[in-house]
Design a protein around this ligand. Structure first.
Ligand SMILES: [Zn+2]
Length: 170
């Protein structure tokens, strides 16, 4: 998202060069830049002690594909804190380990997805009202239930990463 007016005072922004960056939106009244903005989100593949993964069905819309835990990072929160909080809120399990796998730009939502694998010893899933259904799946099955591989698709990337790691063990 590119600012045209200052989000603080409403003044129309001008453009100026700041260091190496050209055409930075700038408010003359507030005397500060307003860089193009996007949302940062976490997406977490939750893995249990048996190597099974948690797939969800969101309550808010009809979707053909199962999803992973995800959510927007709040101001003041790290991506890791957000990942643990969202997992606890959405499916009620505690993570004892979190691994950053990759960050992925999701063009349709103008979002930077920060993709983790999170490990839990918990088995029981306690769902929030946002989640209609959630269950543990073998990774071999899960890869067919999430959205097919494509640019910006972090859920497929995470399940595929875990599936490959499981297959390498044998
Ligand atoms: Zn301003």
């Amino acid at each position: 998202m590119r600012f045209i007016y200052c989000p603080l005072c409403g003044e129309k922004l001008s453009y100026r060069q700041l260091g190496d960056e050209v055409n930075v939106p700038w408010c003359d009244r507030c005397n500060r830049p307003f860089f193009d903005m996007f949302s940062s989100c976490v997406i977490v593949l939750v893995v249990n002690g048996e190597g099974k993964v948690a797939l969800l069905k969101a309550a808010d819309r009809v979707r053909a594909y199962r999803t992973l835990v995800s959510g927007y990072i709040q101001p003041g929160e790290s991506a890791e804190e957000c990942a643990r909080r969202e997992v606890q809120e959405e499916i009620g399990v505690v993570l004892h380990e979190l691994r950053l796998i990759q960050t992925v730009w999701f063009p349709r939502g103008e979002q930077l997805m920060i993709a983790f694998i999170g490990y839990t010893k918990d088995q029981e899933l306690r769902l929030s009202c946002e989640v209609e259904e959630a269950a543990w799946y073998e990774p071999e099955e899960a890869i067919h239930l999430v959205h097919p591989k494509g640019p910006g698709n972090a859920s497929n990337l995470l399940v595929e990463t875990w599936l490959k790691e499981c297959q390498q063990k044998y």
